[in-house]
Design a protein around this ligand. Structure first.
Ligand SMILES: NC(=O)c1ccc[n+]([C@@H]2O[C@H](COP(=O)([O-])OP(=O)(O)OC[C@H]3O[C@@H](n4cnc5c(N)ncnc54)[C@H](OP(=O)(O)O)[C@@H]3O)[C@@H](O)[C@H]2O)c1
Length: 199
């Protein structure tokens, strides 16, 4: 399965590092163009290649990690997702003010889902600080936990398999209406917990 990453900041590049550590290839994109990613590409060669958002978005599994207010612009000009799997790693809050976005009572993943029509959305990789996504998931003697949730069982199975290959311990939180709420930041009880599964 091909993998794309839209957003090359803290989380996008941390996910790229996790993939490269596991020997998994991916295309990563940002707003400034592939040439701005030369250093990351050099660090993570031969696994991580810089591309355009369109190239990253055409992968089978696409992780999106973009500042909340910039998501509409980042996702606006992409073609229909056509059933591909999109990992929502985003949180509705951003630097420098860290003021929660007004979601009008909706879950952030519902709002995100409307920006990727035709995609099968799985919420994951949003609850950990980026350095914990990038570092060895076994460094504390067990396997670091990553949560995932979604409404499509096959899409969740694809993401669960990827989490497993990365060396994390995946925990299925159920449907987006349940898991999205538990993992949402701010608001849910799970964000920022560095949980490790032993045994
Ligand atoms: N930081 C964390 O520890 C953490 C943890 C969990 C979840 N998150 C969530 O992950 C998301 C990203 O956070 P971050 O800390 O990684 O942010 P960040 O370091 O500011 O990176 C944001 C990335 O989004 C890209 N971007 C912005 N507009 C774009 C556009 N129109 N097209 C393509 N790419 C665009 C930026 O491109 P340029 O590089 O070209 O500017 C940048 O690479 C946020 O929703 C955040 O809440 C963050």
């Amino acid at each position: 399965m091909s993998i794309g990453i839209i957003g090359s900041g803290n989380i996008g590049s941390a996910f790229a590092r996790a993939l490269a550590r596991a020997g998994i290839s991916a295309t990563i994109a940002n707003s400034r163009g592939p040439q701005s990613l030369a250093a990351l590409e050099a660090e993570l060669k031969p696994f991580i290649k810089a591309g355009t958002p369109l190239e990253a978005a055409s992968a089978d599994i696409v992780l999106v990690a973009v500042n909340w207010s910039k998501l509409p612009q980042a996702l606006r000009d992409l073609p229909d997702w056509n059933g591909r799997v999109v990992i929502d790693a985003n949180n509705p809050i951003e630097a420098p003010l860290f003021k929660p976005a007004d979601l009008g009572g909706r879950l952030s993943s519902e709002i995100f889902g409307a920006l990727v029509p035709g995609a099968r959305v799985v919420k994951a990789v949003n609850h950990l600080l980026s350095h914990l996504v990038a570092s060895d998931p076994t460094e504390e003697g067990g396997r670091r936990v990553l949560f995932y949730s979604g409404d499509d069982a096959a899409a969740k199975a694809d993401v669960a398999a990827l989490i497993e290959r990365l060396g994390f311990f995946g925990i299925d939180l159920g449907a987006l209406a349940i898991g999205g709420k538990l993992a949402q930041f701010p608001g849910g009880p799970l964000p920022a917990l560095n949980l490790v599964k032993f045994g």
